[in-house]
Design a protein around this ligand. Structure first.
Ligand code: FES
Length: 358
């Protein structure tokens, strides 16, 4: 077993919708601390499928207070892992799982009375459900409003669980469903959440000025629209928390800048600290990143998406400097503290030392 992964047995597989399954893992006592998590975090799963190693990140869909480790996997068109998990995986099978990580989380405080809003689109509900449950369970005076967009009622993940939470937290949880392919009397709830709907939501359902944190996870265009409308209404950046599963295609200018960064770094030497050992590596411009150069040199540096989204490959600069081509995963505070996404980074000095252990 390479660094970071543990083999966990699947205790239960539950069909959540015709297209989505949730996976509950058996966590042996000796790994309970390693698999403790914060609401909103995700797991990296690894499996060999069709002779290829496949790694994917899936958000935990439970609260730490539920005392179970469960992720949900929705089938995507052409998705190697998601189709395999929704067709062949069964209880009793074993998957390689990396301990929970990710910064899409929140420090809930039992003494506070806060108001939260969650915008979820499709499988984007998974981390939002984790945050929503934790907020309601751990802050008895706080409220949560969930705005949840789906194609049709059959595709709504956790529909019954959300309805049960609504019954349990009658005065503190509000839920609004938006469906693209089904119509209901109130026009606002028909169709995608676009800028116009956001304006109506913020005028009629939610006063953004009274909300302590917005949690947003769903398709890229939906997230960008909501973020733009909130910023346009003067909501402070630190009150808007966004979790991205994928990114859009980079612009021509971004591609050019990334190529220049990589070309400038060619042959620079850098030092990698991993599992307490230090090793010097040459930056391989063909491989294109610190992560790929380290792996090509035989180091088992962690990764999952390789797209700047998941932060599995995060490391900290100990000395010297590096730049990233793109970053959708690290907060400005993490960047200020010297963290980089190694799948996106190249050295910009000759004395770079990075550590995966910090
Ligand atoms: S591997 Fe996902 S951000 Fe680098």
């Amino acid at each position: 077993m390479s660094a970071g992964f543990h083999s966990l047995k699947i205790a239960e597989l539950r069909q959540e919708t015709p297209d989505a399954v949730s996976i509950r893992f058996d966590v042996p006592n000796e790994l309970r601390d390693a698999f403790a998590f914060r609401p909103g975090q995700h797991l990296t799963l690894r499996r060999e499928i069709g002779g290829e190693e496949v790694r994917r990140n899936y958000s935990l869909c439970v609260s730490p207070l539920d005392d179970e480790l469960r992720v949900a996997v929705k089938r995507t068109a052409g998705g190697v892992f998601s189709n395999w998990a929704n067709g062949e995986l069964k209880a009793g099978d074993v998957l390689d799982v990396m301990p929970p990580h990710g910064t899409f989380s929140y420090a809930f405080d039992a003494g506070k009375a806060r108001s939260y809003v969650g915008f979820a689109g499709g499988s984007g509900i998974t981390p939002i459900l984790s945050l929503l449950k934790t907020a309601l369970l751990s802050e008895p005076k706080s409220r949560f409003t969930l705005l949840y967009a789906n194609r049709n009622s059959l595709s709504i993940m956790f529909l019954e669980q959300i309805a049960a939470l609504k019954d349990r937290f009658l005065d503190r949880l509000q839920v609004f469903h938006f469906l693209e392919e089904e119509e209901e009397e109130i026009e606002l709830f028909n169709g995608r959440i676009d800028a116009q709907k956001c304006d109506t939501i913020f005028s009629r359902l939610v006063d953004p000025a009274a909300i302590d944190a917005f949690f947003i996870c769903g398709p890229g265009p939906m997230m960008e629209t909501i973020e733009g409308v909130l910023e346009g209404r003067g909501v402070a950046r630190e009150r808007i928390l966004i979790e991205r599963f994928t990114t859009g295609a980079p612009s021509a200018a971004q591609v050019k800048a990334a190529e220049a960064l990589v070309a400038r770094a060619a042959q620079r030497k850098f030092t990698v600290e991993l599992d307490g050992r230090r090793r010097q590596v040459s930056f391989d411009a063909k491989a294109g990143s610190i992560l790929e150069s380290a792996r090509a040199a035989g180091l088992s540096a962690p990764f999952a998406c390789k797209g700047g989204v998941c932060a599995t490959c995060r490391a900290r600069i100990v000395s010297g400097s590096a730049e990233m081509k793109t970053n959708y995963a690290l907060t400005p505070e993490e960047v200020a503290r010297g963290y980089i996404l190694t799948c996106q980074a190249a050295p910009t000095s000759d004395d770079l030392v990075i550590s995966y252990d910090l």
